[in-house]
Design a protein around this ligand. Sequence first.
Ligand SMILES: Cc1cc2nc3c(=O)[nH]c(=O)nc-3n(C[C@H](O)[C@H](O)[C@H](O)COP(=O)(O)O)c2cc1C
Length: 334
Amino acid sequence: MRASLAGVLGLDVSLLQSGMGGVAGAELACAVSNAGAAGCAGGYKLVDDALSAMLDRLAKGTDRPVGVNLIPEVVGPEELDRQVAQVLAETPEHIHLSLFGMPDDAVLDRVVAAGRKLVVQIGTVEDGVHAAERGAVVVAQGIEAGGHLLGASRRDELVAALRDRLPGACLVASGGIGSPAEAERALAAGADGVLLGTAFVVAHESRAHGYFKSAVTAADETDTVITDVYEIGWTGRRHRVLATAVTADPVQPKKFIGRTVVEGQPYLVPRFSSAVPTTATTGRIEEMALYCGKSCSAIAQEMSAAGVVAEFASVLPGAELAKNEKRTENNVGQ
Ligand SMILES: Cc1cc2nc3c(=O)[nH]c(=O)nc-3n(C[C@H](O)[C@H](O)[C@H](O)COP(=O)(O)O)c2cc1C
């Protein structure tokens, strides 16, 4: 029998919140987990004391399953090793690792050998099969997704192709899911649960800048574009963003257009930076990277993280199914 996402991760609702660098801090992640889904804090480029501070807040904020998201291609193999070592050494077992894109096999094996749950987001069938074979929950990202794009397939086509290859794997659909009806379509394509990014950008507990949140709630999918102009800090990836003056006219000087603060450290923000504007950012917010999925068409208002979880809970497999899975396992064992 196929396991639900809730059953695999020990959740009440088969729902993942995307770890989003800058936007998803420990506050958002813990609020989502305390509401019964799995929250996730964006680790992005944090390392050493800055990462420790975030991990400490995460561990203190919830005793429910919760994740830390890392991005192998942004930090490179050596820095990723340091980040993974820190997460494994400094956090309790209910904290899982979430990765955006495939790292070396050694990283996957190390996390699984440490007894931690592993979630990997991919954009192709090949990567999905590989990640599942190494023990990961596979998040299949479609081209409808907000932010960085790992492939070029539509979400439900990728989910269906992966389900075909991986009949028993735990598969999560990602990209363009802003309503329970859209989540149901992803389940019908073969997913065991869903991951939401943009829907949590507008959560009260998210650190997205107020301008960013308002722009997401006002937008529909025709306001989003796929571009590679936001490449300072993350080169070689296309992103789905809200169209801005910068996406419309990318031939502009690479000058500083704002300031921000990350874990107490001040930074200047250049035009074309891949960093999202947060509550700590000032300057020309309207020109910055406003990552946003096609899901924005169905996202009309800001609400609490628990409100988002409650909205989707009615259509997603939940704790009841997870309990039944446990019962079946026990019966099989007798
Ligand atoms: C503002 C924003 C920031 C993101 N940052 C990350 C990140 O740091 N790590 C990651 O794994 N995915 C990140 N993503 C991508 C999500 O994991 C996911 O693919 C996407 O949000 C799904 O589409 P949706 O936004 O329509 O729900 C980000 C998405 C958004 C909207």
